[in-house]
Design a protein around this ligand. Structure first.
Ligand SMILES: NC(=O)c1ccc[n+]([C@@H]2O[C@H](COP(=O)([O-])OP(=O)(O)OC[C@H]3O[C@@H](n4cnc5c(N)ncnc54)[C@H](O)[C@@H]3O)[C@@H](O)[C@H]2O)c1
Length: 332
């Protein structure tokens, strides 16, 4: 029988794609989320009422969370929940501290006492911060988080890697690249998605620091990586940290813009300097490839085409005017 998977933060941009993906592979999925944005959770509930369960719950309610884990015979927990991204944590520093530090750490300590097959914590390549162009960061690279968001992730990673006497505590940390692609809970505040939408709608865009590097990864590849971790032998994953992405998807903003421009007639970009976001990093993804035989499937160009097709089909029409519904801009 397939395992029961708990996605904490399962209604988010990455969580909802992961839920759909795991359901399509025959897993039972429980999603625990307090819907801090206008998440579209009904999509999943209606489609998969047999194997999918949505629990409206806050990380704050640890009693409920524990009950959900036990009553649903959960074998794998994936912790995705949080206040996600530099801008929103900067805007709500108090909530950032409460959710990303206090509640995440409480949840990690709860997980440390439970018998599970796997605990997967979703972290970020933003932890590498600002590094020079001639270096590519692997998992042992010095962490230099610049934002409140990444600083909390680094603290959480440290808490996770502290051992316990529970031999069923089997944590894996996944440092995700910046995501792109279509999700039931769409985010247009992420670089590839945002640039594609802006250029599709307005044909021109302001781009700050076009030559800064970042790694990108399609949301579906994150879902595949999560599955890969809990289907692998625990000796390969326990207390391990993996970057998730692909070196061919390390790109500058200019490279992304050039790709989009090649698909939209007469589109233009206005290049500017000195944004507040100083991040610049390229990342090495060979560990997950070698150790878990994991390869991503989707290129940045695939993601751009996918978004353009959705936009052309009018999929987001109704709410395109209300940008705030499609990203981590404001809390509900
Ligand atoms: N999107 C990216 O580019 C990216 C890149 C690297 C890492 N990550 C990580 O992946 C994970 C998911 O990111 P995302 O893009 O899907 O973000 P998201 O904001 O779309 O999803 C986060 C989810 O967590 C839920 N949540 C927040 N606080 C909660 C609480 N107190 N209790 C219960 N649920 C709560 C929200 O309602 C939301 O559904 C995060 O941990 C993020 O740090 C994302």
């Amino acid at each position: 029988m397939k395992k029961n998977i708990l996605l904490i933060g399962g209604e988010g941009y990455i969580g909802s794609v992961t839920a759909l993906y795991l359901l399509s592979k025959g897993y039972k999925v429980t999603s625990y989320d307090n819907l801090i944005f206008n998440n579209n959770h009904s999509v999943l509930s209606k489609k998969y009422n047999q194997n999918f369960k949505f629990i409206f719950g806050d990380l704050q309610n640890q009693k409920l969370l524990k009950k959900v884990i036990i009553e649903n015979n959960i074998k794998v927990i994936v912790l995705l929940a949080g206040l996600v991204g530099d801008p929103i944590t900067k805007k709500y520093p108090k909530y950032s501290k409460i959710i990303n530090d206090y509640l995440v750490s409480k949840t990690i300590n709860l997980v440390k006492k439970i018998k599970l097959d796997n605990f997967i914590f979703v972290s970020t390549c933003s932890n590498y911060g600002l590094i020079t162009d001639d270096v590519i960061a692997d998992e042992n690279f010095y962490l230099k988080p610049l934002s409140l968001y990444a600083k909390s992730k680094v603290r959480a990673e440290k808490t996770i890697l502290k051992s316990t006497s529970n031999k069923f505590y089997r944590p894996t940390i996944l440092r995700f690249a910046t995501a792109f692609g279509i999700s039931p809970r769409m985010r247009f505040d992420l670089t590839v998605n945002e640039f594609t939408r802006e250029m599709f709608l307005n044909k021109k865009i302001d781009v700050y620091d076009p030559d800064t590097w970042r790694p990108y990864c399609h949301v579906l590849d994150f879902a595949r990586a999560i599955q890969k971790v809990f289907e692998s032998d625990i000796s390969k994953t326990t207390f391990e940290v993996f970057n998730v992405g692909n070196s061919i998807n390390n790109a500058t903003k200019r490279m992304i813009i050039d790709l989009i421009k090649s698909k939209i007639d007469d589109s233009k970009a206005n290049y500017l300097r000195n944004s507040n976001d100083k991040r610049n990093y390229r990342v090495d993804f060979s560990k997950i490839e070698k150790k878990l035989s994991f390869q991503t499937k989707y290129s940045i160009e695939y993601g751009i085409d996918e978004i353009l097709n959705f936009l052309k089909d009018g999929f987001f029409d109704k709410k395109l005017v209300n940008k705030n519904e499609y990203g981590n801009y404001f809390l509900k």
